[in-house]
Write a protein that binds this ligand. Sequence first.
Ligand code: GLU
Ligand code: ZN
Length: 510
Amino acid sequence: MTDGAGSSDALVLGDVAPADVRVRYSPSPTGNPHVGVIRTALYNSAFSRHFGGTFVFRIEDTDAARDSEESYEAMLEALRWLGLHWDEGPDIGGPYAPYRQSERHDTYASVAAKLLETGRAYHCYCTPEELDERREAARAAGKPSGYDGKCRTLTAEQVAAYVEEGRQPVLRLRMPDQDVTFVDLIRGEITVDRFNLFDYVIVRANGQPLYPLVNPVDDAVMGITHVLRGEDLLSSTPRQLVLHQALRDIGVASGPLPRFGHLPLVTGEGNRKLSKRDPESSLQLYRDRGFLPEGLLNYLALLGWSIGDDREVFSMDEMAAAFDVTRVNSASARFDLKKAEAINGVWLRRLSPDDLAERMVPYLQAAGVLASPVPAESMELLRAATPLVQERMTVLDEAVGMLGFLFAPGPVAFDEDAVAKVLTADARPVLRAARDRLAEDEKWTTESIEAGLRSALVEELGLKPKHAFGPVRVAVTGRRVSPPLFESLELLGRDRTLARLDAALARLPG
Ligand code: GLU
Ligand code: ZN
């Protein structure tokens, strides 16, 4: 435990020693990783690091129809890119391997058999039609409409008759005849009335074990001490706790019941829950735009938690040291793209220019600005140009627009709007004068370029700086917004600068 750990650490731990803390991140591999689940992974990672415990990565792939190998690979890739480390997982193994539920059927089958043997679970032979009928009747009578417990007490004769008919039973867990209460680490005490706890199905008639069985069984046998997961799973917690208790009673697991904390929903525009299907929820989108792992993680950390003192920028080490799950908000957290970008910008400015240059490379390559591998002289140019853009960028992808002009071997790609607004007939004398003066500049330094252009355009032509330098900027960079002009020209070199001024002059109207 770190210095300054508050008294809430003791409450969070209960009887668990800090080093014995075990948490897990257990996504189902469907679709693309989205920011909400990554926030869950991050909080689990910070929590385990805070206590010096263990972070387990488990894949919940029991739904063959929806799960995919691509999605599993994408999740691994995403977590690795972000730099989140786990101590046990499908790729690295660990004492409770395998960590993919699709490879753990023997465990579920033997636990299900024990639950049945000990009477904690029972076979239910009701057909879907019978269940529907009784549910309707209960509704009509204003009674709870969950499973009514009919098969809890079947006699041997009744069972024999059903078997004779060829019915295949499902397995249901027997719920206690009392309310279930637990203390959520974020939301406080939660009580669920026994009338809302129905004996639910844990194994299908075809033998397939279901989420309500496999998720708590794995948490129990893997010794998970704390479960931090999305609020959408809150309703399953009371019945999972019942199963946890049963597993301890029948000797399948030991140790205290896990403690639960339900993380607030992440919402998007209009306060709707951000779902996997919303394009702005896709982690890949932020990666493609050039968020830094540091910046994105920092922003995701703020979705429900704060480090205090109104500080918004902090490292993952700082987060781990300070993380206190009891201070996570219960109210939903809105994903605010502007803020995410602003925080990313701070991280981007903190990088050393050489590091930033390296990180821009893949984006410049993807846009065709740089070749692969990057020629040594291009890399040198990129390093020299990086300080010019570092203060102006929020995401790496902006490097393409800001620096593309430097690497275009021939003519620059023009932004049509810039051409229409700036490269008008009025620009002719400006570009002419700029070209003539720059052609005489032997030194070609930022200072000499600036002095030459000021004297030729501002003093001699009497232009305001904006009207003097705007046309030169568009002619040379193709855009109205660019890195600082004189530095850019210096890096571009005299020959290419003059050639671009000539090309711009040639395309002027009138
Ligand atoms: N596999 C579950 C899901 O992706 C997670 C369940 C849990 O965290 O308890 O929703
Ligand atoms: Zn039944």
